[in-house]
Design a protein around this ligand. Sequence first.
Ligand SMILES: Cc1cc2nc3c(=O)[nH]c(=O)nc-3n(C[C@H](O)[C@H](O)[C@H](O)COP(=O)(O)OP(=O)(O)OC[C@H]3O[C@@H](n4cnc5c(N)ncnc54)[C@H](O)[C@@H]3O)c2cc1C
Length: 396
Amino acid sequence: MRADIIIVGAGIAGASLAYHLSLAGHKVTLLDRQTPGSEASGGYAGLLTTVADGQAAGPYADLSRAALAATLSIIPELEERSGHTVELQSTPLIRVATNDSSLALLHAYSQKPDFMCPRSRWVEPSELHALSPELSPRLLGAIVAPEVYHLMPSRLVAATIAAAQTLGATLETHTEIVRLLRDKTRITGVIANHGEQWSAAHVIIANGVWSHDLIADLGFELALRPVRGQLAVLDSTHRFDLPFIVTLDRGYIVPKLSGKIVVGATHEDAGFEKCVTLNGMLHLSRVAAVMPRLLGLPVAETFVGLRPMSEDGMPLLGKVPGYQGVSLALGYGQHGVLLANICAALTTQDLDGNDPGPLWSPFQAVRALSPMGQEKKLAKLPHVPLSDNHVLGDAS
Ligand SMILES: Cc1cc2nc3c(=O)[nH]c(=O)nc-3n(C[C@H](O)[C@H](O)[C@H](O)COP(=O)(O)OP(=O)(O)OC[C@H]3O[C@@H](n4cnc5c(N)ncnc54)[C@H](O)[C@@H]3O)c2cc1C
């Protein structure tokens, strides 16, 4: 079978590529070994928060801000084309201080206007009860931000793929790609585990933490590791009214349109072991304890996913040195729901021979590639702090 462009992996990275490339007129085939969004992208929190914790300026903050604007503007288009809703919400947010060090950090933020969205404000402990009687009396203070956007990531994947399909993209599920086809240094297609072959002018490797084998085919090791994240989804219907998101140094509590409340998330170095653990649930219980009554709600569901994390925590995009016809869309780490759309738009510009500009150049995958058997290169960009909830930035 033949396509202009093959995308390996139908998480949010691959789905967004399928949409943007189809929109630009390419004949796209999207391949996944399972069903779309069945790995990290099927998660629940879906916060579209920008990076601020320690990084109000710099390439990643610029990319994140542009990502938020681009994602908010494309969602109506995706929903209209696909007929699916992504359950986008805008909710006020309270970032609470649970100990002296988080109090000092939040105080420091409140002194720096560029870390805060314009209408954020500091709240003393004595005012917290008035904000919500559910908040623990032990909290030491908080910053309140007027609104943060979030959505349902699994719905975003479904809507994005359905929208790409209306533009002619093809989706093949239960198709595990095991090798790249090549003619010397030109990649010409892929081979699936059941022997089926697809030829294409260009292959994009977007299969998250499972990309190492395909990259090894090219003679490279990629500095990318799984960071496990566990979430609990609480059934709060008729039991608990949560009109805002709560975040703290170790996690977040996010109310969803369905009436469920998401408590997240762990950040664990556990290799490829994708399982829910009691330690994970213990961590989430400590997060939920900032609103003690949450601890008694029924757990409707748990979720575990492996975040594809580069050494510096930032995306790995673009061509592979020494090869034609192949590029990478990996390493979206803890912000893939936020970043996938803009990274796909920039990749499309690059493949079409247009200069994607300054948002693109800092995130080239070459910084994480080292020839097999040689020592890894050191990341050149400053490391992004490990947390999904960089919530004090310009979400308004
Ligand atoms: C608990 C948790 C909470 C998170 N919260 C947020 C948040 O609030 N906001 C945010 O922006 N981000 C968040 N993230 C991060 C975000 O989910 C990830 O960055 C994003 O999902 C990565 O998408 P991906 O498409 O690169 O990878 P994945 O979603 O892992 O997709 C990879 C796909 O490739 C397929 N695949 C693998 N190998 C092959 C193969 N050989 N052949 C074919 N297909 C293959 C898999 O089946 C899978 O569908 C969170 C992540 C977790 C785990």
